[in-house]
Design a protein around this ligand. Structure first.
Ligand SMILES: *[C@@H]1O[C@H](CO)[C@@H](O)[C@H](O)[C@H]1NC(C)=O
Ligand SMILES: *[C@@H]1O[C@H](CO)[C@@H](O)[C@H](O)[C@H]1NC(C)=O
Ligand SMILES: *[C@@H]1O[C@H](CO)[C@@H](O)[C@H](O)[C@H]1NC(C)=O
Ligand SMILES: *[C@@H]1O[C@H](CO)[C@@H](O)[C@H](O)[C@H]1NC(C)=O
Length: 316
């Protein structure tokens, strides 16, 4: 078999694989999860820790929000759980983490942003705490990653767990964070992620006119208005969001991969067990990988189909 035909079989097989029921999704998964007060006590619950370990292990990079762990014990517990998983199940992946300082305006509500990533699949190359005396209750702890497993290569993550009653102003202020970090690091591949409270009573359709991330069409919102990122039946709100700047970043994302991860359904967990972790669900998006097969364009597929058809049906 000629090499091209051989490659084509591989491409077609991988496509076939994609279309058959339970499949492994391709790409580089970035997740964000509001953990609703993740502290030592919460980390000491075996079931909660186990659920969280499974959730974080699926992702290449995870942003955790509402972590309250001043002495680092809760995150240490989570990291040792992640790094001690049976190696056959997760290919022996090792995880690394980076926590922000305690952020907030009132001493009894201080929270951290925490990034956790697979150390062989991404490098954290920069970090920057946005102005603490600025307009955010929990100013973004901005990081930059490099990964040769992604098509985009280098990208910046801007986390936000907004203060609900200031959500409109804080989301609008993300534009200023964008201007600052994109010029500081000469890179406009910027993704904003987290619990923005960008829905229901906190941000209405009319309010969007006051938010530059909505009015400027260079920003793409990847988690839709209709998505419910909350766990309880009594609320249906798209609080948690992922937004990216610019065409290059948008094109480096697997189309329509922005979604909520309903792990209750996926792992067959009861509502109570889901709520033990948080009242939010995690959200995620997938970046296109840098591998050859992952980039099969429609044209390649067409060429392949015809090459394989010619091989199987020599009469053509
Ligand atoms: C991380 O950085 C090292 C050193 O520059 C590089 O060799 C490696 O390929 C990088 N890892 C990824 C996943 O890009
Ligand atoms: C990424 O970098 C590692 C280490 O430098 C290398 O072994 C690997 O082949 C690279 N992967 C890609 C897709 O370039
Ligand atoms: C900024 O990045 C662009 C595109 O990646 C590059 O062409 C330019 O030289 C960079 N500028 C500086 C000052 O590093
Ligand atoms: C949108 O934001 C980008 C980046 O700051 C800017 O270059 C562009 O001019 C803005 N577009 C509009 C219509 O304001």
């Amino acid at each position: 078999m000629r090499p091209f035909t051989c490659l084509c079989f591989l491409v077609l097989l991988s496509l076939l694989n994609l279309s058959t029921g339970k499949r492994e999704e391709t790409g580089f998964r970035i997740c964000a999860y509001n953990l609703q007060n993740f502290n030592k006590e919460k980390a000491s619950h075996t079931m909660t820790l186990h659920s969280l370990t499974r959730i974080v292990a699926r992702c290449h990079i995870t942003l955790l929000q509402h972590v309250v762990d001043p002495d680092g014990e809760a995150i240490t517990t989570l990291m040792s759980s992640l790094n001690s998983m049976e190696s056959d199940r997760y290919d022996g992946t090792q995880f690394q983490s980076l926590s922000s300082a305690m952020l907030g305006k009132s001493p009894d509500d201080m929270q951290q942003y925490v990034f956790i990533w697979r150390q062989h699949e991404a490098n954290l190359t920069r970090q920057h705490q946005y102005r603490k005396d600025g307009p955010f209750v929990r100013p973004p702890f901005v990081v930059k990653f490099q990964s040769n497993k992604t098509q985009i290569g280098d990208f910046i993550l801007v986390p936000l767990h907004s203060e609900p009653l200031q959500a409109i102003q804080e989301i609008n202020n993300l534009y200023d964070v964008f201007e600052e970090v994109s010029s500081m690091w000469n890179n406009t591949n910027v993704m904003f992620l987290g619990d923005f409270h960008a829905s229901c009573g906190f941000v209405t359709r009319l309010d969007r006119k006051k938010i530059r991330l909505y009015t400027n069409s260079s920003f793409s919102w990847l988690i839709g208005e209709q998505v419910d990122t909350t766990v309880t039946d009594s609320t249906s709100c798209a609080y948690d969001r992922i937004v990216v700047y610019g065409q290059p970043f948008l094109q480096a994302i697997v189309p329509y991969s922005g979604k909520v991860f309903n792990f209750g359904r996926e792992f067959k967990f009861s509502r109570a067990k889901v709520l033990d972790v948080s009242d939010h669900f995690p959200i995620e998006v997938r970046l296109k990988g840098s591998g050859l097969l992952l980039q099969a364009t429609p044209l390649t597929v067409l060429l392949c189909v015809s090459a394989v058809a010619r091989l199987l049906l020599p009469g053509l």
